[in-house]
Structures are given as C-alpha cells and as structure tokens.
Write a protein that binds this ligand. Structure first.
Ligand SMILES: [Zn+2]
Length: 255
C-alpha cells in the first residue's frame, strides 16, 4: 500500500517526464502519471494476494484477499440466477508489472507488432495496468459458444449482461466502459473491486488506489449510485468505439 502510494506520488510529481515501456522505448508521461492514457499502478504486496475461489480460474489466478468474500457472493448469485447461461470464470487476475511488460512488449514493433501507442488502446503498458493492483480481473463466460473472449460479443451474453446489472452491488465496477474518455478500448470483461461502500472491509485501500481513475474516468456501471449509461440505455445501444483490428495471433489478447 505504501509502496503504491509512493509510486503514485512520485509519478504525479514527475512532469514533464517519460516512462520506459519496452526495452529501448519510452513514452511521454502526462502530469497525472498517465502513459498512453493509462494511469499508473504499483504492484500488490505479495502477502495480500490469495488464490481465487476454487473452480473459478481458467488459469493461475491470484487476487487481493479483501475482495474474495464479495467475489464469492457474486459468483453464488450468478450461479443461482436461471437467467445466467454459462458460467463466469476468471481469465486474467493479478498481473505483476514484470508480467505486464512481457504481455505489452511481446508485440513490440521490433518483433513486427503494432506501435506502442496503438497497442496501448487495448493493452496497458507496464506499471499502468489495474491488474497489477490485484483488485482487477477479466471475466470470461464458459462455455463460450463461439463467442470470443476479447470481443464485444461477450457483452451480449446473458452472463455479461447479468454482471452489468448486478456486479456493482457486490462492489465491482466496469473500469473501461464504451466511449470512455481515457481512450481505452471498451472492456466488458474487465472489472475492478472497490467494495460495496467506503466503509466495507478493505474498501478504503482499493478506493485510495483507484481514486484518480474514479474521479476522472468514472466506471460504468459504477458502485456508487451515479446514473450510468448502462442504466439509462439498453445495453445494445451502448456504442462500441472503433479500434484498430488486432494483429491475428494465437492465444487471447488481454490488457
Ligand atoms: Zn483486464
């Protein structure tokens, strides 16, 4: 926690500044620490990370201990709702800054991939991913029934629609809604935990870490009862912002 706070403070003071993104490549850093639109986040303390609930993760998945009770309640509610077809699973959970670097930099132009700025629309640069905090996770729906994880197709599934309608009452909010001013791709699978209220156990720490994001680039749907796009409009009316077609590759692309 202190380390994360120090990182945020240090980076917000560094203006103008640059950030190292991949080997031999740097990017300009905004006065609020953002790189390619992504706010800075430090690594979760290892002792605060625990394994995800049994049967939930598709791969290794560690998350902050504080969010597990709400996550278990969310999963139980989803399982108990006959409208939810398919099962909510975890595709990606905590990712260390080092791991994020390997994800972000594997498509570096030197390797024939996209430019950093273009890639950053869908993948956060290292040191700037909510996944490093341990409070964010990417859901997937299984069986997928031909609906790719990393496409807007997921948002139309009953399980994903259930998340939009219900996840906030379990303390989860969608970090990157469609058309967000952060210019990050719409990510209907990516949810961060901030607790059901400011006084819920552990919520203060999560809300401190996400304070800048929540103030400047509100989630939608969000935990706190702000009127949201998702509640005002049918889900089908939420526009999908254009983004460059990803380079065909094997495996899943995730932030
Ligand atoms: Zn994500």
């Amino acid at each position: 926690m202190r380390r994360a706070a120090l990182l945020l403070a240090t980076m917000s003071l560094a203006t103008p500044a640059t950030a190292q993104v991949c080997a031999g490549a740097s990017a300009s850093m905004a006065s609020d620490g953002r790189v390619y639109g992504h706010l800075p986040y430090g690594d979760a303390p290892p002792d605060d990370l625990v394994a995800a609930p049994p049967g939930f993760a598709l791969h290794d998945c560690q998350l902050r201990r504080d969010m597990i009770p709400d996550l278990e309640r969310l999963l139980a509610a989803a399982r108990g709702d006959p409208a939810v077809m398919g099962q909510l699973r975890a595709l990606s959970c905590h990712r260390s800054i080092l791991r994020q670097a390997s994800v972000f930099c594997r498509d570096h132009p030197e390797a024939g991939g996209l430019g950093d700025a273009t890639r950053a629309i869908s993948v956060a640069p290292p040191g700037h991913s909510e996944h490093a905090t341990g409070y964010a996770l990417d859901f997937a729906v299984r069986p997928a029934n031909g609906c790719p994880d990393a496409e807007g197709c997921m948002a139309a599934t009953p399980a994903a629609r259930w998340l939009v309608a219900n996840a906030p009452r379990f303390g989860f909010e969608m970090s990157f809604p469609g058309g967000n001013r952060q210019h990050v791709k719409w990510e209907p699978w990516h949810w961060r935990w901030v607790g059901t209220s400011a006084t819920a156990p552990g919520a203060a720490r999560a809300r401190f870490i996400f304070a800048k994001a929540r103030a400047q680039f509100p989630a939608d749907p969000a935990v706190d009862g702000v009127r949201t796009i998702a509640r005002l409009l049918p889900l089908v009316a939420v526009s999908v912002p254009p983004w460059p077609a990803p380079t065909p590759r094997k495996g899943k692309r995730r932030r």
